[in-house]
Write a protein that binds this ligand. Structure first.
Ligand code: TLP
Length: 347
């Protein structure tokens, strides 16, 4: 371990998780082949496994969640079309406009209650056929919802949106980057959530701790075309079983422990919520992301983050405040260190 790893309590993201020993062993021992030519048995195992876990026909290993979302949107849409998204959605705000850059479609962002868009609002925003307007072809949903502080979007809301999609013959893509965190919090199996989407993307490289990669799952023909889009985006990888192998470990060994991350986030939120300058309702923290407003007479957000860093605590500024994310590599002692630093700095 480097000094960097030992010193800091790193709450910037669950993307910072390092591979477990079993993952490293799996990487070293992976049986590989040229995956672009369809020869990598480890990738194939991972893709089958991901599809089975989500109850879908097929899976595709992609280098990142961003690529998973951009492939899905490209496959489900055509030019001159529009996509309904929640206004704080990751794929609309934090993936560099791939909707317009790659799929060449326009987003139609709708406001929501902590990630849950009113289904009637969705229906009202589906375009009437007209020569003047783009055709609505896709609805995107996200759960847990990153920019709503890891909120769990209620299944009933998602089901209502699915029904509207069916009624209007639209596809639904599900950004499930942290779907397992949501599933633990709600005690709803991931397969139930996955039924909402024609396709679903989830990440191996966040709380599940694999070093790289995400999975896109959906119908067989969607994945076949998606494989071509992935290649066009430069995401065809060769002996990539070395990266799929830790993904398999992630899916077999790392799902259950995400509960701990959700619990630690709640503990952190409860401890800091009433401190001076912090705007946070701890009852709203459901999974592993804590976003709070910060308005303190002594520090700006960036000054406070710099001070925290002096206390060996790392976090990120985000729209609307400061974000802490719990994960495998921050334990109870890191949460204690963060709480103590807040106490020292803010009181
Ligand atoms: N989120 C990252 C950063 O982009 C902010 C993070 O640290 O939380 N969907 C959701 C809901 C995500 O939170 C992310 C990553 C992605 C998609 C994209 O995944 P990657 O980073 O693998 O492209």
């Amino acid at each position: 371990m480097s000094d960097y790893m030992v010193e800091f309590s790193d709450f910037r993201s669950d993307t910072v998780t390092r591979p477990t020993e079993n993952m490293q062993k799996a990487m070293a021992e992976a049986v590989v082949g040229d995956d672009v030519l369809g020869d990598d048995p480890t990738v194939q195992r991972l893709e089958t496994m991901a599809a089975e876990i989500m109850g879908k026909e097929a899976g595709l290993f992609v280098p990142s969640g961003t690529m998973g979302n951009s492939v899905a949107i490209k496959v489900w849409t055509n030019e001159l079309e529009e996509v309904i998204v929640e206004s704080r959605a990751h794929l609309y705000n934090m993936e560099l406009t791939h909707m317009t850059f790659i799929a060449r479609v326009t987003p139609r962002p709708l406001s929501s209650d902590r990630g849950a868009i009113d289904p009637e609002e969705v229906e009202r925003n589906i375009r009437m056929p007209s020569v003047h307007t783009p055709r609505t072809s896709l609805i995107c949903v996200e759960n847990s919802h990153n920019n709503w502080s890891g909120s769990v979007v209620p299944l009933e809301n998602l089901k209502a949106i699915r029904e509207i999609a069916n009624k209007h013959n639209l596809k639904v893509h599900f950004d499930g980057a942290r779907i397992f965190n949501a599933s633990h919090a709600s005690e709803i199996p991931v397969k139930e959530y996955a039924k909402i989407g024609d396709s679903l993307m989830f990440c191996l490289s966040k709380g599940l701790s694999a070093p790289v990669g995400s999975m896109l799952v959906g119908p067989k023909d969607f994945i076949e075309y998606g494989r071509r889009v992935r290649k066009a985006l430069g995401g065809g990888m060769r002996q990539v079983g070395v990266l799929a192998a830790p993904g398999i470990v992630a899916l077999t060994e790392m799902i259950d422990r995400l509960k701990e991350d959700n619990d630690r986030a709640k503990r952190l939120a409860s401890a800091i919520a009433s401190m001076p300058g912090i705007r946070l309702d701890p009852a709203k923290i459901e999974t592993n992301i804590v976003i709070f407003g910060f308005d303190h007479p002594k520090f700006s957000i960036l000054e406070f983050l710099a001070k925290l860093k002096e206390h060996a605590v790392l976090a990120l500024a985000t729209t609307g405040g400061i974000r802490f994310v719990t994960h495998k590599d921050v334990g109870d002692e890191d949460v204690d260190r963060a709480i103590n630093s807040f106490q020292k700095l803010l009181s």
